[in-house]
Ligand binder design. Sequence first.
Ligand SMILES: Cc1cc2nc3c(=O)[nH]c(=O)nc-3n(C[C@H](O)[C@H](O)[C@H](O)COP(=O)(O)OP(=O)(O)OC[C@H]3O[C@@H](n4cnc5c(N)ncnc54)[C@H](O)[C@@H]3O)c2cc1C
Length: 416
Amino acid sequence: MSRYSIFSLARNAVDYHRDWSAAWRSPEPKSEYEVVIVGAGGHGLATAYYLAKEHGIRDVAVIDKGWLGGGNTGRNTTIIRSNYLWDESAAIYEKALQLYEGLSQDLNYNIMLSQRGVINLAHNLGDMRELNRRVNAIRLNGIDSEILTPAQIKAMVPILDISPTARYPVMGASLQRRGGVARHDAVAWGYARAADALGVDIIQNCEVTGLRRSRGRITAVETSRGTIKAKKVGLVAAGHSSVLAAMADVRLPIESYPLQALVSEPLKPLIDVVLMSNAVHVYISQSDKGELVVGAGIDPYISYTQRGGLHIVEEQLAAAIALCPSISRVRMMRQWGGIVDVCPDASPIVGKTPVAGLFINAGWGTGGFKAIPGSGWAFAHTIARDEPHPINAPFSLDRFVTGALVDEHGAAAVAH
Ligand SMILES: Cc1cc2nc3c(=O)[nH]c(=O)nc-3n(C[C@H](O)[C@H](O)[C@H](O)COP(=O)(O)OP(=O)(O)OC[C@H]3O[C@@H](n4cnc5c(N)ncnc54)[C@H](O)[C@@H]3O)c2cc1C
């Protein structure tokens, strides 16, 4: 891998940028690998990278039915934070945030991390009590979190209506200053390039159609480009986790819903934080291009269509305008959807399955982008050592049998 630097940029500028090498190879699949990862989203690519980097396992293929980063990793609204309520969640999301903080240097790829702060609004006394409880719990875990008064919020977000007559009066907010955004494609591309450099084969346009087993152990994946044998297989196929798991007769407690987002026409700098309201189910940030990036709750119906219903968009824009009336005449330019896999406790599954050698990383719902580095790091450990790391042990599949759930339904401005 040729390193990116100011010198390589200058060298290539002299040659009119004709000599940049491809960021990753496009190899033909081999007949056998030590580990096959299904799904070249952020989680799958990060897993492969840490398998190679941390555990020396380089005989790895990452297989995707489409192009790498073309799933939810390339469709999300890029919010990163670690202000989760429960200790179990705090550990894995904070590990992810810490890795994000050094990721551009680690991968030698600018992921455009912008720790601009994430604000969660409170609109009534109930919201305020809940935020106070959360902020205290989060701080007890050593994670930065603070309460803001309406005046402090207004100073940070001048477009927010904090008048007493506002449709949703603002009583306060929580703030995680280390939260923010990163460029989602760059996260996928950075991991892909670094994993490829360590010898990982990334195989695009290759759909997994079956999972072969023998005596309770995984032996191979069947794909649209032939059968590939593997000692271990990791399923990391958000949006289709249950479809993939069913190929090995594993039933997951997951439901799949569309989640939409949309962006406006580019505007001059207007808002330099991520503004969220759990109560009215909308969140707003501004991209480097100047677009307002607006997200909302999941569609209420289970579906595999990557679109979503128009009424959700209407409701989220009504809420956005109620919070920030000055954006009422801004035109929205693009809308899209992804399919998010949601567990009953709104926490992920990262661990082993009843099939020996078959591992699963799924159920991140509406909030898995922020977890990519921590999840990949812990999942790689689980696959390499055949046992979970302490930070992903609480997210085992059998918690739905033991009842040790990690209820994070209140963690996001998007109702899971
Ligand atoms: C609109 C929207 C907004 C969001 N906003 C945020 C946010 O602001 N912050 C946040 O933290 N999270 C957010 N999320 C959630 C986040 O995007 C996901 O949790 C995360 O990207 C999941 O990553 P992944 O690598 O697991 O899955 P993906 O990136 O979806 O990758 C899974 C891959 O599996 C592949 N695949 C599926 N089936 C097969 C098969 N049979 N064979 C081979 N390959 C297969 C797919 O092609 C896909 O590339 C949002 C999601 C959406 C949809």
